[in-house]
Design a protein around this ligand. Structure first.
Ligand code: IMP
Length: 459
């Protein structure tokens, strides 16, 4: 029989450090641009770190401070708070030029370099990814001769930031460059020259006569230089994050893009190429699932979408135009006008469930003021049948006709409201209607772009 002896100098039994504030995810419940940047900026001071886990420079988060709008694409939105560590996790794809531009922008603005940690495992968006993104979109937009489907343009309407091709190369493995590679100039050159050659051979026939081949040696030199500039920020973020939560501090996970653009769970194929929902957090950060303890689902008081793909509640009329103008619904990344429509509760019930949202942030409520009535989609009709569940992809969704409930509109200047009681009764009823429909309380109601124009419940 073996006797287990416990050494007298045994370390203390492991405890389970619990942060006073639960680690929290902020995630978009629609097709993006819900106003996540503002919510993150608001919550960030309570957390040890703000962590991006997915997407790349396709995202556009704007933070308005003292009336000035700051547009960020890669930088976590908590970056304006001193003392909060900003982290770009391994699940993000990084365009070093964009990131360095944002680092410079913040350094100029605040007088110090941001407290930023960039994962050495994150993949790099290379010049060929942007070219490939554009080529693929052009090919999809132009039906092949002899294609009798009559479908015409099948392009996704991407941001052309190289996101899809960068994630595809990550899955392909062999031709991919990671941030850690940029810091090893000796092997970087061989690696990049090899990839450039492969890309020249694979892309030239797709691109046609105007294709300018990539110069591997020049790109290697350029990326080695970018790597040197990034070096002070690059680290093993997995261990950094485990250290932060291990010390009992909470982290704030920043979802980029949004749930209906999630590569697995969105309106496929009109999606982006990453896991945008909370389900992408463990894989994109290296922190296990139990660290997602609270989830704030961010939604607009109406719906918008940029790019292609079905949008059942879209308004192609004067009301849609009015929402676009009042809500300044033009892309932060591409400047494209956003498609606007009524709130879609079928989609929101699905994304609330999928993300495990524990609270809502209802944004841009002020934009709806002055409308005589507000419609809300509560179900779809597909092929003559009433459907309450969000369909699995774009094909059945394109057939969905919205079933609307009409609510009374509201008027007045909502931007001055600081509590729910300050809101016009109709606006309050609208918030309560959404809370009941989704079974989750509104923790934040935003009535204007500035930090101050916000109602925070339970504070
Ligand atoms: P990609 O991410 O550039 O490949 O674009 C794929 C689709 O996602 C396109 O319809 C884009 O307009 C959309 N998209 C990607 N990122 C965002 C975002 O942050 N907000 C809104 N739409 C986005």
């Amino acid at each position: 029989m073996t006797t287990l002896s416990i050494p007298s100098a045994s370390p203390a039994r492991p405890s389970n450090p619990r942060a006073a504030e639960p680690s929290t995810a902020v995630v978009g419940l629609q097709w993006g641009d819900e106003g996540k940047g503002k919510v993150i900026d608001l919550l960030a001071p309570r957390y040890g770190a703000v962590v991006r886990y997915n997407g790349g420079a396709n995202a556009g988060h704007s933070v308005v401070i003292e009336g000035k709008r700051h547009a960020l694409h890669l930088m976590p939105s908590g970056v304006f708070h001193p003392g909060v560590q900003s982290v770009i996790g391994n699940g993000v794809v990084i365009d070093p030029e964009v990131l360095l531009r944002e680092i410079d922008q913040i350094t100029t603005l605040t007088g110090t370099a941001p407290a930023l940690a960039v994962s050495d495992r994150a993949h790099v968006v290379m010049p060929w990814h942007k070219v490939e993104d554009a080529i693929r979109e052009t090919l999809l937009a132009t039906p092949a001769s002899g294609d009798g489907s009559g479908e015409g343009d099948r392009s996704i309407g991407t941001t052309k930031r190289g996101i899809g091709p960068a994630y595809a190369d990550k899955a392909h493995r062999a031709p991919a460059v990671r941030v850690g590679d940029l810091l090893r100039p000796a092997s970087l050159r061989t690696k990049i020259e090899r990839v450039a050659d492969l890309k020249n051979r694979s892309l030239a026939p797709l691109a046609g006569p105007g294709f300018a081949p990539f110069d591997g040696a020049a790109i290697a030199a350029q990326y080695a230089h970018l790597g040197e500039r990034l070096r002070p920020f690059v680290t093993d973020t997995l261990h950094l994050l485990h250290g932060i939560v291990g010390a009992g501090r909470a982290v704030l996970f920043e979802g980029a893009n949004a749930t209906l653009l999630d590569v697995d769970h969105g309106t496929f194929p009109f999606v982006t190429s990453s896991s945008c929902s909370t389900l992408g957090i463990p894989v994109g950060t290296g922190l296990p699932c139990r660290h997602v303890q609270r989830v704030v689902g961010v939604m607009k008081a109406y719906s918008t979408r940029v790019g292609g793909g079905p949008f059942p509640t879209e308004l192609k009329d004067a009301t849609g135009d009015r929402i676009r103008e009042r809500g300044r619904e033009y892309g932060t990344t591409t400047g494209r006008p956003r498609r606007c429509g009524w709130l879609d509760l079928v989609a929101l019930r699905y994304t609330t469930m999928l993300n495990g949202a524990t609270g809502l942030a209802i944004m841009l409520l002020d934009v709806l003021a002055g409308l005589p009535e507000i419609k809300v989609c509560t179900a779809y009709e597909i092929g003559g049948e009433r459907v309450d569940r969000f369909p699995p992809d774009a094909e059945p969704l394109a057939l969905a006709r919205p079933v609307f409930e009409t609510l009374a509109g509201f008027d007045g200047d909502l931007t001055v409201a600081r509590t729910l009681a300050d809101l016009p009764a109709g606006a309050r009823r609208y918030v309560e209607f959404i809370e009941r429909a989704l079974g989750v309380p509104a923790e934040v109601v935003s009535v204007g772009p500035d930090r101050a124009q916000t109602i925070v419940q339970g504070e």
